[in-house]
Write a protein that binds this ligand. Structure first.
Ligand code: GLU
Ligand code: MG
Length: 442
């Protein structure tokens, strides 16, 4: 957008009642942070950006800062937004996803959104088109961050949803106003748990929509006397919150995950893509589910995909294969179930896509399908480093993680996650859950 167009657009937004505009970045700890301008300064947010310290990237889940040998108190970065991406998130407030740049406008090495832009570009250079879809699971809380209700819950129950219809209706209206394409909304299995799923889109747009949806969910909830937790496990022993991503790929001949002669219609490259994702799970679990609370979710029976395998519609497999059927109009895709909402979703998406591309590039062999609950089957799978310390150690020594995400990002991610390990790692689970319950709320 040219300068005069930005000014005219800012005027239009002001006429629509938008008084302030946020530009957000999501840091390595998965926390979304923002700076605001009055709407009249939209042009400045675009051209020069708003200043932030480089330490923004290593802010932690609490108020800690995990300084590293290269990230200290000196230096300055900018958040820049694209005016065309401004959405209305509540009365008077606009929001756009920010890119972290240096003062000259070049993407900063720790900009996680740019990392996903690069992965999307790498796919395009391989002649591939990519679609990603997101499922957001979260837990409704009371305003004091305790349980919203104590009465018996009914998973997917018409009672548990209709009891909150005012909230759900407001959510649907607000999501539409914000430009979100909501595919489904339901009360989930866990007590006071909610899920919203979003329509597939190109990767960066799909993850921008995840951040937008988290903001809208959190804001609408607060208007209804509720808060929202995006913690992987908000209360010890409760059902976990996943942040599953779905991925589909196609080339000039069509989709890679359907229309072929392989198992469930897979084409060769589709099988290699699945193999690539499974091959790198031990290296990347620190990216997908690397927070101090993540391991509490990664247990058999939680449908969190804590086993390094794949299977058709298998909800206990790290990679659930979803076939192209009339019941699935978006076509065949693979779902990475390991991902939880404490992960930075741009990085999780970049790792998921990057590992699929790597599998195609190296023509990795599709492992045997596990068509049943892996915990109750005879198949053996590669063990995953599920404990936080093990996951971080695996990521630290992983060449793949460095290749897909850069050593700058891996080092900063290790710094914030090791801070969590040191600060909370030895505490009992219920204390860990208490400490980070609101960390990822928007
Ligand atoms: N709540 C589960 C998780 O933590 C997922 C349940 C589902 O498959 O919808 O990932
Ligand atoms: Mg679900």
């Amino acid at each position: 957008m040219q300068d005069p167009d930005v000014t005219a657009y800012a005027d239009t937004l002001r006429e629509e009642g938008v008084a302030i505009i946020a530009g957000s970045v999501t840091d390595l700890a998965g926390v979304t942070r923002a700076k605001y301008v009055p709407t009249s300064r939209l042009g400045a947010f675009t051209r020069s950006g708003m200043g932030v310290s480089p330490s923004w990237s290593v802010f932690c889940v609490d108020s800690g800062i995990a300084f590293t040998p290269t990230i200290g108190v000196a230096g300055d970065l900018r958040i820049r937004i694209d005016p065309e991406e401004v959405r209305v998130v509540e009365d008077g407030v606009g929001w756009a996803p920010g890119t972290l740049t240096d003062q000259h406008g070049r993407p900063a090495p720790l900009c996680t959104r740019t990392r996903l832009v690069m992965a999307e570009r790498a796919a395009a250079e391989q002649g591939l088109q990519v679609q990603m879809g997101a499922e957001l699971e979260c837990t409704m809380l009371a305003t004091d961050a305790g349980p919203a209700t104590t009465e018996p819950w009914s998973p997917y129950g018409i009672r548990t949803s209709l009891d909150r219809s005012g909230f759900l209706v407001d959510l649907a209206v607000s999501a539409q106003r914000a430009g979100l394409s909501v595919e489904q909304l339901h009360t989930e299995y866990g007590h006071d748990q909610l899920e919203m799923s979003l329509a597939p889109d190109t990767p960066v747009a799909a993850v921008d929509a995840v951040i937008l949806a988290r903001i809208v969910l959190s804001r609408v909830a607060s208007r209804h006397g509720l808060r929202i937790s995006f913690s992987p496990v908000p209360f010890d022993g409760a059902a976990g919150n996943g942040a599953h991503l779905h991925l589909s790929l196609s080339d000039a001949q069509g989709p890679l995950l359907s229309g072929g002669t392989g198992l469930h219609g897979l084409r060769g490259a589709g099988g290699h893509a699945i193999a690539g994702v499974i091959d790198t799970l031990p290296d990347l679990i620190g990216v997908y589910a690397g927070s101090v609370v993540s391991p509490l979710r990664l247990k058999p029976g939680n449908w969190a995909g804590a086993t390094a395998c794949w299977g058709l519609e298998n909800r206990e497999a790290a990679v659930r294969f979803v076939a192209a059927t009339p019941g699935n109009p978006h076509g065949a895709n693979i779902e990475c179930k390991l991902i939880d909402p404490s992960a930075n979703p741009y990085l999780a998406a970049a790792a998921f896509l990057g590992s699929a591309l790597r599998g195609i590039d190296r023509a990795l062999e599709l492992p045997e399908e596990i068509p049943e609950n892996p915990a109750q089957s005879d198949f053996s799978t590669r063990p995953l480093p599920l404990a936080q310390r093990e996951a971080l150690d695996a990521m630290e020594t992983s060449q793949v993680a460095a290749e897909l995400l850069s050593t700058d990002i891996v080092d900063a991610l290790l710094a914030v996650r090791r801070y969590e390990q040191k600060t909370y790692g030895d505490q009992p689970p219920e204390q860990i859950c208490d400490a980070v319950r609101l960390a990822w709320t928007c």
